[in-house]
Ligand binder design. Structure first.
Ligand SMILES: [Fe+2]
Ligand SMILES: [Fe+2]
Length: 209
């Protein structure tokens, strides 16, 4: 997809310019592809698919403003550190809008980015939005974000979780939109099988090293 390729190149430039953490960059590309796949289940409209993809691609770009000591901390964050980390969705919205042209589509994408850590039950951040008040594309992004987070190795968990779907099943109606998760489940199962069939962490492939 030409447009997606252009976006990825754009992010690659941002990575070089702003020292965007490599693992966050690769996570973002993964999440963008997963979110686009979920979005494609809901609509054939390329403009709408592009909104989902771009929001997902830039959703964590605000982590470039989080101190590495917090971002890469190997262990649980203290409350003070968590408060700093939680600001990344606002930073991401801000950075995206600074980077993109100031039109209505980009403002909408900015909102989707802002709300990617809202929870279906209203316990998320930054605005404690609940249910359908959370933008649909943020709810898609959330599913893709959680899926990638628990199926890719992390510095604090150097293995993939094979029971990802079961784990996400428990998050249904709490963190995740229950209906959207049910619609996405078949696709996530296929993606999970693809993830397991690879021996190495796919972020190495994504940047061609
Ligand atoms: Fe995030
Ligand atoms: Fe993320």
């Amino acid at each position: 997809m030409d447009n997606n390729y252009h976006s990825i190149l754009h992010v690659k430039n941002e990575v070089l310019l702003n020292s965007f953490p490599l693992d966050v960059f690769v996570h973002s590309v993964n999440v963008a592809n997963i979110a686009l796949s979920i979005g494609s289940l809901l609509t054939d409209n390329k403009v709408e698919q592009r909104k989902v993809y771009d929001a997902a691609l830039y959703h964590d770009i605000g982590k470039s403003k989080i101190p590495p000591s917090i971002l890469h901390k190997n262990g649980k964050l203290h409350h003070r550190e968590w408060v700093i980390m939680a600001k990344h969705s606002l930073y991401s919205q801000e950075l995206y809008l600074n980077m993109a042209s100031n039109d209505t589509v980009n403002k909408e994408i900015g909102k989707v980015i802002r709300h990617h850590h809202e929870n279906w039950d209203g316990s998320g951040y930054p605005d404690n939005l609940e249910g359908n008040k959370i933008p649909l594309y943020s709810r898609i992004l959330k599913i893709a974000d959680v899926f990638d987070a628990i199926t890719q190795p992390r510095c604090y968990r150097p293995f993939r979780m094979r029971n990802a779907i079961d784990v996400m099943e428990l998050m249904k109606g709490k963190e995740l939109d229950p209906l959207l998760f049910e619609k996405s489940k078949g696709l996530l199962k296929i993606l999970l099988e693809e993830t397991y069939s690879k021996d190495t962490c796919n972020w190495m492939e994504a940047i061609n090293i």
